[in-house]
Design a protein around this ligand. Structure first.
Ligand code: ZN
Length: 171
């Protein structure tokens, strides 16, 4: 049985979480490095700014990044799911599922959103094709051929590099 209990907001939250380890000016950066650094991000995403929440979120982020890159099996997500459950409520249109996140609501929400995408949008969440970029993208385009987190940044950079290589090879 495929159950997904996520909204566009949860998917955006997941992508935001995966993208909290950008490379800025050539330096790998962690927007969730510690509670003080992470506080604005947590507040933006309505997650309690506690050491427990942050620690679980950062650990879950690492596993999710590895899973999306294909380096880790989703079974590695199990430690974050032990006390997580979904409860259905009947509404006028059907069922509405509510996530009860156990000890860490942020980690649970991100993982459930990842699984929702796996079911509804297989293969559309992926790492940026620029190997020097650590961001992820969610491709919603019909042909599903986007390769860059951002055409303006990585797309142009990679095109410029290919062009540079080609023009050097020609000379
Ligand atoms: Zn990129």
């Amino acid at each position: 049985m495929d159950v997904y209990a996520t909204t566009a907001g949860d998917e955006a939250f997941l992508l935001d979480l995966l993208n909290t380890t950008p490379v800025i000016d050539g330096a790998p950066t962690d927007l969730l490095a510690d509670l003080a650094t992470a506080a604005p991000w947590l507040a933006d995403h309505e997650i309690a700014a506690t050491t427990g929440e942050l620690a679980a979120l950062v650990r879950a982020r690492g596993v999710l990044q590895a899973v999306v890159r294909g380096d880790e099996s989703p079974s590695a997500l199990q430690p974050f799911l032990d006390r997580v459950h979904l409860a259905p409520t009947g509404t006028d249109t059907g069922l509405q599922w509510r996530l009860h996140g156990g000890d860490a609501t942020g980690a649970a929400r991100a993982i459930v959103a990842w699984d929702g995408l796996r079911i509804t949008s297989p293969g559309r969440l992926r790492p940026c094709a620029n190997t020097e970029c650590r961001l992820f993208l969610l491709d919603r385009s019909k042909p599903n051929t986007a390769r860059w987190c951002s055409m303006a940044i990585c797309g142009n950079r990679m095109k410029a590099r290919r062009h540079y290589r080609r023009s050097r090879a020609d000379s």
